[in-house]
Design a protein around this ligand. Structure first.
Ligand SMILES: [Zn+2]
Ligand SMILES: [Zn+2]
Length: 384
């Protein structure tokens, strides 16, 4: 039953709470918006959803309260039916026409669905502390819900996933009214010690967080509509410039299968992590691929990676083995059972050279792939 025709919840039934950050890198996500909306009505988010979802979201079928506050809370920020239904319903109830911009819906035609939503809620304690100090309240930026984003684009620290007091994960839609506080024990999630030192960040981590924040800004703004036709055309141009149109060579350069590249070129859709990887490998920002201005002039034949977010746009004049080591760690972390020769192919470095320059990493990788008989399975930690 569409909202607006419902007698119990006519259009404009809820407070017209304006969304925050549209068109910027810090645009809030829809799940966080619903918690703020509940707070504006001084009811717990659980009460708001229990009263409105059954009437307003009938087309999604029966959905348990537990599901709404669990994984499907993440889906609200994505590109699927959930994001569409929730943004439409609450957009009508609050008379806010742009709630779809708080989701990844603007990227629906380009990004492979559900491949990019983090399964748990994540946050930056420093951002919460800053927001509380500046505004007295917190919001959840959309970028935190994207899987490839493991650190805060603003504070360069790992995102937290567990409350510093009770160590439990947080629901996407907390039962309470305020963001920034643990939904389970009430502790302050902006406590500075949270997540410090839990994860060592690589240049690729920070670059990815920046790149995703740029994509959020582009998608939530109204200047450009991400289009598969544009992705097809620009990806095809990149393959032409970088490898003379040789799809197999380009696939080797990026470290993906030939069929994956063919899919990008034919369908114009791509997984977010591969969009990031391909952009990184040719030294472009992913948002540049969809911008109004053609970015192909920025692709450099001699540049197969930018070295870090802080050095955007710089070239590698010589092989930087620290950066190669970071990229090595990144590949191993993403694909724990990868073979050395595949890592070498992705890095475009000879395996013998890798053994010579990065002996500790290579030894750790090969021993991980071939554990001694009867030995305990090694812990999955980043190789240093
Ligand atoms: Zn932050
Ligand atoms: Zn807690």
């Amino acid at each position: 039953m569409p909202v607006g025709s419902s007698g119990s919840w006519p259009r404009g039934s809820l407070l017209p709470l304006p969304p925050v950050g549209i068109g910027t890198r810090h645009c809030e996500g829809l799940s966080g918006y619903l918690v703020r909306l509940a707070g504006a009505h001084v009811v717990p988010a659980r009460v708001l959803t229990a009263r409105i979802f059954p009437a307003a979201l009938g087309r999604l079928g029966h959905v348990s309260e537990r599901a709404v506050h669990g994984r499907r809370g993440a889906w609200m920020n994505g590109t699927g039916l959930w994001a569409e239904a929730v943004s439409e319903a609450f957009g009508a109830l609050t008379r806010q026409d742009d709630l779809a911009r708080l989701t990844m819906l603007p990227w629906r035609d380009v990004l492979a669905p559900r491949s990019f939503l983090a399964p748990v809620r994540r946050w930056c304690p420093d951002c919460y502390a800053d927001m509380r100090a500046r505004h007295g309240w917190c919001r959840d930026p959309l970028v935190w819900s994207l899987t490839p984003v493991t650190c805060c684009p603003r504070h360069r620290r790992a995102l937290a996933t567990r409350c510093p007091a009770c160590r439990r994960e947080q629901p996407f839609l907390g039962s309470d009214t305020a963001l920034g506080w643990c939904a389970l024990c009430g502790a302050d999630l902006g406590r500075a010690e949270t997540a410090r030192g839990e994860q060592e960040l690589t240049p690729y981590d920070t670059w990815r967080a920046d790149a995703c924040a740029d994509l959020v800004a582009l998608g939530s703004g109204d200047k450009v509509t991400p289009s598969p036709l544009v992705l097809q055309s620009r990806m095809s141009g990149i393959v032409e410039i970088v490898e003379g149109g040789n799809v197999s060579a380009f696939a080797r350069r990026v470290g993906v299968t030939r069929n994956a590249v063919k899919h990008w070129l034919r369908q114009g859709t791509i997984h977010l992590d591969l969009l990031l990887l391909a952009s990184w490998c040719v030294g472009l920002q992913p948002a540049e691929l969809f911008a109004a201005e053609d970015p192909l002039g920025n692709v450099c034949l001699g540049r197969w990676q930018t070295s870090a977010a802080s050095e955007r746009g710089t070239r590698w004049s010589r092989r930087d083995w620290n950066a190669v080591g970071c990229r090595f760690d990144e590949i191993v972390r993403a694909t724990p059972h990868v073979r050395l020769r595949d890592v070498a192919a992705r890095l475009r470095v000879d395996t013998a050279l890798l053994r010579d320059r990065l002996p500790d990493r290579v030894a750790a990788l090969t021993s991980r792939r071939r554990p001694a008989r009867g030995a305990a399975k090694p812990a999955k930690v980043a190789v240093k």
